[in-house]
Design a protein around this ligand. Structure first.
Ligand code: PLP
Length: 435
């Protein structure tokens, strides 16, 4: 597959270049030049396919020029020992559970595919790749787990001290081996700025192969389209149009849904569900995109003022606002509404939602009140509620179950390098530490 920059169609890259360089040199984002169509015969029988079979078919459709079917199968086999079940919540609403991977957030789907794909390319060379990633919580855990012990790759994760949950911190700091956690005495923005500065530093780049594992990397976007197909396969028998509600921050997840749609997946509508960081819902209402500084909320993985995948999202519609708003509706909710939704759903169904997922449910409910046509609603659950245990227990006024996988983490010893926010400290550390 050929990719080009969103800023310049003549600036192209191969799959290998796009995943290892992450960003085109003009600071645009890589987009597929052409989007191949999924085989209609495959869609007709998709209900008979497993998650892995769907992932293999979608990847093979997109990357047939880059990988043989056997290579695709090996990558998918390495990446996924978990899938994406839908669970019925009410007569016409289903939750797509994306938290069955090792870090119990949907970012496992992207991180594990990316790790398997990179290691496929690295097997043919002797290169050493150094992944740098800043995290506000979930990305770090998924990337750490995804790249753990992958030969030829080291991972350095920067996280803001005291600003991630206990479980999230343990996910980053207890693996060791090729995973190094840096506890920065600052905010998420400080972490992100340090990483950005490292990518621009000529001395570091001359010495090391640096790569990003944030959702700007196309290798994280492609695999997130798999579970839209998987939801369709599980709900196709209902014979109703599908509406997907996506809890969104950087809009990688929703963009992946659009990729699936452009490949031929029948989708009636997407809902862009955010917290008060609502640059995209505002754009959908008035046509102008005005990014602002982020505001802290209880759905903190979506506290993004300037969503990095916005350009990809609109590019799927040739940047035509009228076309975008025909397919995507925006909704946003504050913390109080989020907590009220967590309580209501638990009261009605006994199902516990994480705060991000609650926002997606609420958007679906609002959309349903405005549209009386028949459709099947699917809201994406991006994290297991136990990852936000303190908030969820406080909201419900009762204790909730923590899966063994998360519980056992809490007794492990945290190992992190403490650092201030100066780039000199970071550079010195990388110089001593990277290979
Ligand atoms: C990362 C994350 C999101 C936001 O996903 P985007 O692809 O950035 O829009 C939502 N919920 C959770 C739990 C997350 O970790």
């Amino acid at each position: 597959m050929i990719f080009h920059s969103t800023k310049n169609k003549n600036l192209t890259a191969s799959l290998e270049e796009a995943i290892f360089h992450s960003l085109p040199p003009d600071n645009g984002l890589y987009m597929p030049e052409n989007i191949p169509q999924i085989d209609p015969e495959f869609l007709n029988n998709i209900e008979t396919r497993s998650f892995k079979e769907i992932a293999i078919e979608v990847t093979h459709t997109l990357l047939a020029e880059d990988l043989s079917r056997d290579e695709v199968t090996a990558i998918i086999d390495t990446a996924y020992n978990f899938d994406a079940p839908v669970v019925q919540i009410s007569p016409s609403n289903y939750v797509l559970e994306l938290f069955h991977g090792p870090s119990m957030a949907f970012k496992d789907f992207g991180a594990r595919f990316m790790a398997a794909l990179m290691s496929h390319f690295l097997l043919r060379s002797n290169k050493q790749i150094n992944i740098l990633v800043a995290t506000s919580g979930d990305t770090g855990g998924a990337v750490a787990q995804g790249f753990y012990k992958v030969p030829g790759i080291s991972v350095t994760i920067l996280y803001p001290s005291g600003k991630v949950s206990d479980i999230q911190e343990k996910q980053l700091t207890t693996l060791g081996q090729n995973v190094t956690a840096i506890e920065v005495d600052g905010t998420f923005d400080d972490c992100q700025n340090l990483v950005k500065e490292a990518f621009l530093d000529s001395e570091l780049n001359a010495k090391f192969n640096l790569a990003s594992a944030n959702s700007i990397n196309i290798a994280r976007l492609i695999p997130q389209s798999f579970y839209y197909f998987a939801a369709y396969s599980q709900l196709k028998g209902l014979n109703k149009p599908l509406v997907f509600s996506v809890p969104s921050g950087n809009f990688g997840n929703l963009s992946a849904g659009l990729l699936a749609y452009r490949m031929g997946l029948p989708v009636e509508r997407f809902l862009a569900a955010t917290n008060v960081n609502n640059a995209v819902p505002r754009y959908l209402t008035n046509g102008s995109f005005e990014p602002v500084a982020s505001i802290a909320t209880i759905s903190n993985a979506m506290d993004v003022g300037n969503p990095s995948n916005f350009v990809r999202m609109t590019r799927f519609f040739n940047d035509d606002w009228n076309l975008v708003k025909e397919k995507i509706s925006g909704y946003f909710f504050n913390d109080e509404q989020t907590q009220k939704t967590i309580r209501e759903i638990f009261g009605n169904t006994n199902y516990v939602l994480c705060p991000h997922t609650a926002i997606a449910y609420k958007a679906l409910e609002e959309f349903r009140q405005q549209h009386h046509s028949e459709f099947t609603g699917v809201f994406l659950s991006t994290a297991h509620p136990a990852k936000f245990i303190d908030l969820v227990e406080e909201t419900l006024g009762k204790s909730v179950d923590v899966p063994e996988r998360l519980k056992s983490l809490l007794s492990l010893e945290k190992v992190a390098v403490k650092m201030d926010t100066s780039f000199l400290s970071f550079k010195k550390l990388l110089m001593n530490h990277l290979r």
